[in-house]
Design a protein around this ligand. Structure first.
Ligand code: 5AD
Ligand code: SF4
Length: 452
């Protein structure tokens, strides 16, 4: 054997730490990155201070998300002072958006790797050892990391995310995602089903199928039939009635009755749909390039209610998008009241460089008006969440136990099919058990109950 041709193991027991910001896709990506690096001999550590490589997986969705990362990078300089050989890498959406700027401005970043280039990480680390800082941020039309088994970083071993697609083709005018994550591509369904099966066989009880727009999932091989999201959902849910299946995110323009019918037929598909409305005003929706109107959205809502009366409905709302008038805002308020959302993520519009809104519209809603509208939206949602939770009092739900309550170790917490957190007495139940719990009290954020 020619020993000269054998490459030394890159990691050789060195330790890698990842800090993850942003959406669930990013959490999934961090698990892929750990898998890639473990194959090269790196060990994952939860302790940042003992790491030889720190990677920060970043989000660009709003300006404040990026500001937070810059702040965090400043803090990393103390680790660099302690360990001069420490490698700091920025990965994810901000890496794609800013590339070399991160190295130049931060003074401490060594590598910058975009969402489609994680396979390049080992080579970039090799280059650093030769003194060359590295950037790899090209987007791909094919990369899905389908062959890589993510290393699960959430140690509870109950619930896992499975990315079924990457990128986004929707081009909402406010959104940076198509620029940071590239065009939409779906992953081979067999690899998804195998991953879900493996998770179930190793004790997981819940999987969440992830994508920027899961309803537009599509795969066809050769001349074969096209597999769409409904087929995929059915096949994953068929693995076992004991495996809960969730999916996120749905785009209102693509949520079909076929998906709802499959949910009706398969009770292990969770009764929870996240359907971001963004605004209740058709005029705003048009400017946002959402490709649906208020009426279309409400039609989808009624269809969900008709098919699945016990389904929770949650949303995302943006306050103060370009040109939003008081009337448009009132329409968002009225939509929220009409739907009676169980939960919402609510944001002030934040202009993002190079998006259609930034290029062609004026960010003209004054900051204080944005704040006032967002406050009104948050206050209303607080009230709606409380009303929704109050309706659960006296009802019994199957809860999948996720952990011991942070406030008391005599209590457990888990989620209902509707994705609401329910807290109850620990007794002899274990993490990963399904427990029937009667709801006895609630706040706007959680339910409390007694197991039966
Ligand atoms: N400003 C504010 N919120 C935004 N979102 C996406 N882009 C922006 C932006 N530029 C919100 C949307 C989306 C969620 C993930 O983030 O509500 O659904
Ligand atoms: Fe996720 Fe979008 Fe943030 Fe990227 S910009 S991390 S896709 S939320």
């Amino acid at each position: 054997m020619d020993f000269k041709t054998i490459r030394p193991i890159l990691g050789n027991g060195k330790k890698l730490h990842i800090e993850t910001y942003g959406c669930q896709m990013n959490s999934g990506d961090s698990e892929i990155v750990v898998s890639i690096m473990q194959k090269e001999g790196f060990f994952y550590t939860n302790k940042i201070e003992e790491a030889d490589i720190i990677l920060i997986n970043t989000c660009s969705i709003r300006d404040n998300a990026e500001k937070r990362i810059w702040g965090r990078l400043k803090e990393f300089s103390k680790y660099k002072k302690l360990n001069r050989k420490l490698i700091v890498g920025v990965i994810g959406c901000m890496a794609k958006r800013l590339n070399e700027e991160l190295i130049e401005k931060s003074k401490i970043v060594d590598i910058v790797v975009g969402p489609d280039s994680y396979r390049d990480l080992p080579d970039l680390v090799r280059s650093i050892r030769k003194g060359v800082k590295g950037v790899s941020v090209l987007l791909s039309q094919e990369e899905t990391y389908a062959d890589i088994s993510p290393v699960r970083l959430d140690k509870s071993g109950v619930s896992a995310f499975i990315a079924i697609m990457r990128g986004c083709n929707n081009m909402c005018s406010y959104c940076v995602v198509p620029y940071t994550r590239g065009i939409e591509r779906s992953r081979n369904p067999q690899t998804i089903i195998n991953e879900a099966k493996d998770l179930f066989e190793s004790g997981y009880k819940e999987v969440t199928l992830l994508g920027q727009n899961v309803n537009s999932y599509g795969w066809s091989e050769g001349e074969g039939d096209k597999i769409g999201f409904p087929d995929l959902l059915r096949q994953v849910a068929a693995i076992s009635p004991q495996l809960r299946v969730r999916f996120s995110t749905s785009h209102p323009k693509d949520l079909s009755d076929e998906v709802l019918e499959i949910m009706v037929a398969m009770p292990n598909i969770c009764r929870a749909i996240h359907l971001p409305a963004q605004s209740g005003s058709s005029r705003m929706l048009e400017l946002m390039n959402r490709k649906y109107s208020r009426e279309w959205y409400l039609d989808r809502m009624y269809s969900i209610r008709k098919h699945l009366p016990d389904c929770s409905i949650t949303t995302d709302v943006i306050a103060g998008f370009c040109g939003e008038t008081e009337e448009d805002h009132k329409e968002t308020i009225s939509l929220m009241n009409e739907v009676g959302y169980d939960f919402a993520y609510m944001y002030k519009y934040s202009e993002r460089p190079n998006t259609k809104a930034q290029r062609t519209m004026i960010d003209d809603v004054p900051e204080e008006v944005k704040t006032a509208r967002l406050t009104e939206i948050i206050d209303l949602q607080q009230k709606l969440s409380l009303e929704s939770n109050k309706l659960d009092i006296g009802k019994c739900f199957e809860v999948l136990v996720e952990g011991v309550s942070k406030r008391s170790d005599t209590k457990l917490y888990g989620r209902t099919s509707q994705n609401k957190v329910l807290i109850f007495d620990r007794k002899d139940y274990k993490i990963g058990d399904y427990v029937m719990v009667n709801v006895t009290e609630c706040s706007s954020a959680t339910l409390k109950g007694e197991s039966i």
